[in-house]
Design a protein around this ligand. Structure first.
Ligand code: FAD
Ligand code: NAP
Length: 269
């Protein structure tokens, strides 16, 4: 085994088997694994996943489950950090390999942490779309809200592709296709490459551009709910924008108008 390949020769704790791997760019990939029969989770939650290092020690990291709670398998959407302890190895996984999956889902990006409302905003940068890939495929999202707005911003167009294909596939989905039609509004933007819609999420909210482009009323506390997932800097800036519209941060223990989760810890790759 070379240094870059996952350590699958040893017996892994909480092992699950990889069933599919898709590479989207040189820094992004997604994969699916078998689901432990006993694993129950709420769409939007995260778990710890990992691999063994060369010494047989587990390297584990938090990962949002990108598949919905009804799916028979689990999907993840991942960054590739070239010198990252986990993803320098994880990016080489193949169908049939095993990963560690600790079956203890947790997280704040869940419907229970928000008061009822009319519109829900999913605000994400980069891999922060992962929990919303789960929530956008969950019937509960469309039962609870009249409108679902997915804003996803990346530097480059290619970094949007996982989300674009996912949204496109929803319309033909036999389970939720009809629920999604007319309710889900997708607003992808780039910041460093030409695209039909551009700009940071924060700027497009404060300038009112997104409301004008979608032909909808501005955010307010009575109707709007939001879930946020991006870098720490992004999360802090979005929080200030949402508070400006009168929304307040909630939690599982005290549902209010918006909730936030870090897409990763640190300044970025
Ligand atoms: C609650 C939570 C949920 C998460 N969900 C996901 C997920 O669904 N998909 C995912 O790819 N990562 C996710 N992460 C990040 C993940 O836990 C790891 O940090 C990531 O897999 C890299 O692991 P590593 O060991 O290779 O490098 P690490 O040592 O963990 O990270 C090295 C550096 O890379 C940068 N980095 C790490 N992750 C990212 C990222 N996702 N985007 C941009 N820069 C990053 C940071 O600067 C970090 O300091 C999540 C983190 C948290 C806290
Ligand atoms: N992705 C790449 O192609 C690339 C290439 C080289 C290096 N890097 C390094 O990797 C790190 C992570 O890159 P990333 O692209 O995955 O994540 P990122 O820097 O968090 O950017 C992702 C998206 O979020 C936007 N954004 C960042 N901070 C924001 C804020 N405070 N408020 C609103 N929007 C914000 C960015 O817009 P802006 O473009 O306006 O910042 C970008 O469109 C960076 O620190 C960078 O140094 C990335």
């Amino acid at each position: 085994m070379n240094d870059a390949s996952p350590s699958t020769a040893r017996v892994l704790p909480d092992a699950q088997t990889v069933t599919e791997v898709t590479h989207w760019t040189d820094t992004l990939f997604s994969f699916r694994v078998t689901r432990p029969q006993s694993l129950r989770f709420r769409s939007g939650e995260f778990v710890m996943i990992g691999l063994l290092d060369e010494a047989g020690k587990p390297i584990q990291r938090a990962y949002s489950i990108a598949s919905p709670s009804w799916d028979e398998e689990l999907e993840f959407y991942s960054i590739k950090v070239q010198d990252g302890p986990l993803t320098s190895r994880l990016q080489h996984i193949k169908v049939g390999d095993q990963i560690i999956l600790r079956p203890k889902p947790v997280g704040t990006l869940v419907h229970d942490a928000l008061l009822p409302g009319k519109r829900i905003w999913f605000l994400a940068t980069g891999t922060g779309i992962a929990p919303f890939a789960s929530l956008m495929r969950d019937p509960e999202t469309y039962e609870k809200y009249d409108e679902v707005i997915m804003m996803h911003t990346c530097r480059q167009v290619a970094e949007l592709e996982y989300g674009r294909q996912l949204v496109e596939s929803l319309n033909d989905d036999p389970l939720i296709g009809e629920m999604v039609a007319g309710k889900l509004k997708y607003y992808p933007t780039t910041t460093r490459e030409e695209f039909h819609h551009m700009g940071r999420i924060t700027d497009n909210l404060t300038s009112g551009k997104v409301f004008a482009d979608l032909g909808i009323t501005p955010m307010d506390r009575e109707h709007d709910r939001a879930m946020v997932c991006g870098s720490l800097a992004f999360n802090l800036d979005v929080k200030a924008v949402l508070e400006g519209f009168g929304l307040r941060e909630g939690a599982n223990s005290e549902p209010l108008e918006y909730v936030v989760e870090k897409a990763f810890v640190g300044d970025g790759v």
